[in-house]
Design a protein around this ligand. Structure first.
Ligand SMILES: [Zn+2]
Ligand SMILES: [Zn+2]
Length: 407
């Protein structure tokens, strides 16, 4: 527990109506925003924001912490995401730590939801952070994903267990909950990572009955289920089975949107990640495959995002392996979101998806002090989100010294 008091002065806050609020002193006490005060009140350590924008800590709702950001750095760090999946657990953990720190300190991502990690690295990292062994972002984890035999995340990527039939799916779901899953992830379609030989994004994998077994086992333990679902039949199977969230949703139709609206099913498109796969394929792989991915997945997904927005579906920002929160927000802007609506997908609406909207996602009194200071107004240009000056997690200023915690 942090006992330091901090006063952040001369920052600019963004109001709920996109209005800019100046002249407030934001006073942090312990892990909370204690007071947003007028005028001269100053307590504890004073941080002069010098006109920077103070926004909520950003949330990335779809990461694979093991294998993010693998193109950075030198040497083995260039090995590529699938190769990292094959490393021993201990070595892979170092990548996970580096990835978590990188996004936390450089991009102001204070909360990350991991959408499956081989060896359940994300669970172990979360435990280490919660136990104070190491410091890092807030992690919300699903352990391993749940896929059909030979299904998605069992080819080049290895983040899913392979099960068949409702009984096996139910057992696997209960096992992930036992091993610390905060939510459950199932695969109802193929993806693009194993194209063209091993999987197809529009082909069904786990059936409605199998997914319903996961939903039953999860909901009875008050855990939610989200689904990797491309195409349309796999999305409808998952929705009829009662899932709580849709990841990717590349071809959402009216029937799917009706169910999502009626049942408050959220939507995390990860468009930046999918677009990055197509771009990488175009420059480093097969131009033909890149064109296929764009036609099957990237382009129809833009329409899905526009339709979901028009319907008022709750949409969250997630990068997946190769994307980024900033690029996700820029795609939302292209799809007709206001810049405030883009920002909401990584702050207050992301918090709603996590059911943490009474604690996180706003700069408000009584909220947890997960905050980012950025230079320049993100509502004028979202790219200003990359001008991160300071990051706070739970009232602590995130520095390399704080992260390593070598007392
Ligand atoms: Zn996926
Ligand atoms: Zn993913």
């Amino acid at each position: 527990m942090n006992c330091e008091k901090i006063t952040i002065k001369n920052s600019i806050l963004i109001g709920d109506d996109s209005n800019l609020i100046k002249g407030k002193h934001v006073i942090i006490s312990g892990d909370k925003i204690e007071k947003i005060a007028d005028g001269k009140r100053e307590e504890g350590r004073i941080i002069d924001a010098d006109g920077a924008f103070l926004i909520p800590g950003l949330m990335n709702l779809h990461v694979h912490i093991n294998r993010r950001n693998v193109s950075r750095g030198t040497g083995t760090f260039r090995m590529g995401a699938p190769a990292i999946e094959l490393l021993p657990d201990g070595e892979r953990m170092l990548y996970a730590v580096r990835n978590a720190w990188y996004e936390l300190i450089n991009q102001g991502i204070t909360t990350m939801r991991d959408l499956c990690s081989v060896g359940r690295t994300a669970n172990h990292l979360k435990e280490a952070i919660n136990n104070g062994i190491i410091r890092g972002p807030r992690l919300i984890v699903c352990g391993m994903g749940i896929a059909a035999t030979g299904g998605h995340e069992t080819h080049r990527y290895k983040g899913a267990v392979e099960v068949d039939g409702p009984d096996e799916v139910m057992k696997a779901t209960r096992n992930e909950i036992r091993l610390g899953a905060d939510f459950i992830k199932v695969m109802s379609s193929g993806g693009i990572g194993g194209m063209p030989e091993r999987e197809h994004p529009n082909w069904a994998e786990l059936s409605e009955e199998e997914i319903a077994a996961a939903v039953f086992a999860a909901h009875t333990h008050k855990k939610e289920v989200t689904v990797h679902a491309m195409g349309i039949e796999p999305v409808l199977a998952a929705l009829h089975a009662g899932v709580d969230g849709i990841e990717h949703g590349t071809m959402l139709n009216e029937e799917a949107l009706d169910i999502m609206k009626r049942r408050d099913v959220y939507y995390v498109p990860t468009a930046s990640g999918i677009t990055a796969v197509a771009n990488k394929e175009a420059t480093q792989g097969s131009a033909e495959l890149a064109a296929t991915i764009r036609e099957l997945v990237v382009n129809p997904q833009r329409e899905s995002i526009k339709k979901a927005k028009a319907r008022g579906i709750l949409i969250g920002a997630g990068s997946d392996t190769l994307g980024s929160v900033l690029n996700e927000l820029l795609i939302f802007e292209e799809c007709g979101f206001t810049r405030k609506e883009c920002l909401d997908t990584a702050t207050c609406n992301a918090a709603k998806i996590l059911h943490l909207e009474d604690k996180l996602g706003y700069v408000r009194e009584g909220y947890i002090a997960d905050l980012v200071l950025v230079d320049g107004n993100p509502l004028e240009d979202l790219r200003n989100l990359s001008n991160v000056r300071k990051v706070f997690k739970g009232g602590n200023e995130v520095t390399l010294e704080w992260l390593t915690n070598l007392q």
